[in-house]
Design a protein around this ligand. Sequence first.
Ligand SMILES: [Zn+2]
Length: 139
Amino acid sequence: MTIPTIEVMDDGMRVGEYVPGNGIRYTAVAMPWVVEKHMGALGHVEDGWLVVYGNKATAHLFQATGYLADRYIAEKLKVDERDFPWAGDLIRALVDRDETIITITCAWCGRDMGTKPGHGTEGISHGICAACKEAEVGS
Ligand SMILES: [Zn+2]
């Protein structure tokens, strides 16, 4: 499973890239925003991030706290419908806001199978691991 890769520069700027496997490479850049200032259509924040979504060359000021939902991100950065929820995953990872994680465990043996983004929900999701699948199919 791929996750967004975030590179943090010396000046605090972050460069994010996400290749989730749907044939699209998502990119975005975030800069810390600490000045209280109106930025027209970009919005108004005192503490947050200026995010530039590379795939659409759009930008928005996001507050530093609170959950960032896919729909909100998509509306502000003009994300295409086909890019759900990948663009949201990238933006949340970029500004450290992907707080919700779903843990995947094997329903047969309980083995840890990793995590996936929760998109606002968290908890445990069940799957079947390779070993148990082989045992089930093979018997
Ligand atoms: Zn198993």
